[in-house]
Design a protein around this ligand. Sequence first.
Ligand code: NAD
Ligand code: UDP
Length: 353
Amino acid sequence: MILVTGGAGYIGSHACLELLLAGHEVLVLDNLCNSSRRALERVEQLAGRTLQFVKGDVRNRSLLTALFAAYPVSAVMHFAGLKAVGESVREPLRYYETNVSGSIALCQAMAEAGIFKLVFSSSATVYGESAMMPITEHCPTGVPTNPYGQSKLMAESVLRGLANSDPRWSIGLLRYFNPIGAHESGLIGEDPNGTPNNLLPYMLQVAVGRRRELSVYGDDYPTPDGTGVRDYIHVVDLVQGHLKALERLEQVNGVSVWNLGTGKGYSVKEMIGAFEAVIGRPLPHVIQPRRAGDIAQCWSDPTKAAIELGWRAERDLSTMLADAWRWQSRNPQGYAETQPARQGATAQTALAS
Ligand code: NAD
Ligand code: UDP
């Protein structure tokens, strides 16, 4: 059985689905601070199988101990965390506590229970403003400019120290580039709270009429068309990389770092053009000044994951955008509305606190 912390969230819910489809038993721990139970009900609907759900906090050591005593967990995918850059500047301690202390509490409980396989959600943000492009895993980590990025780098350091101290650990640090898209069914997808920080969720909300226009943050970057360039990766490709990493951790000990990206960068203007082609109409947008803390460009060299995991992102940009649009247009208010939630297939255990 795989414990998926943060399994009700955007990436975690897609991971739960792929794990179920691959035949794994799945236990989700999530406090639902940024997600909905409905996501898990839809995962079960798509998989045709149930999972176990415990509502609780990853910082709660005694809950973790009780979970590991009650379920035959063999490995953990650790998605639970906070991810809003701006919020992390306003509330740094909450970010360090959740993203760093939460990871420490999880590892302590895992070690106590004799579980030593961990797949960790890291981010390309740990590279900072890389002088080298594309970014390989050998590029030095940078100095993240906000507590969110710092918390990911700190958590990576904690996990490295842990693996150095005890050879039983097998830890995969997965550095995500820019996950977008949704499951092709349109039943699960990204449902951010409040105003979206990220480009695609904002574009989607403009397209369904929840926001007036997209702000393009800067058209004076040293990039081909002046707008920021990123490596967007389909969330289903991303989580398939997690399953490959999990397999690989059966064979290697210590810490392994893998970039999960496509190796190709697209500018904001290219994203708008490709999205307009999907929705068949113009997307209202306006050029604004640069956003503080943004870098000009960032894309991966995903060769290491290809060689060591036998994994490669397969879905192209138009598929990412079409899948994201299917999700958003069928669920304009995310999980908050529309299709009635299926009643109670998800088992919730008495351990929930
Ligand atoms: P998300 O917010 O949709 O999912 C995170 C989940 O963790 C949510 O369901 C939330 O309720 C849960 N959670 C938060 N704090 C918790 C706590 N203390 N205890 C238990 N559950 C808790 O975010 P996501 O986009 O799915 O991201 C998943 C992970 O990937 C995060 O660690 C994030 O930092 C990392 N990541 C995301 C991106 C991205 O662009 N989405 C990029 C790089 C890394
Ligand atoms: N961006 C934008 N308008 C928005 C959100 C993002 O122009 O409303 C730009 C941003 O400046 C960057 C790219 O889109 O060049 C991706 O931003 P996102 O926040 O999605 O990812 P990150 O910057 O964290 O890689």
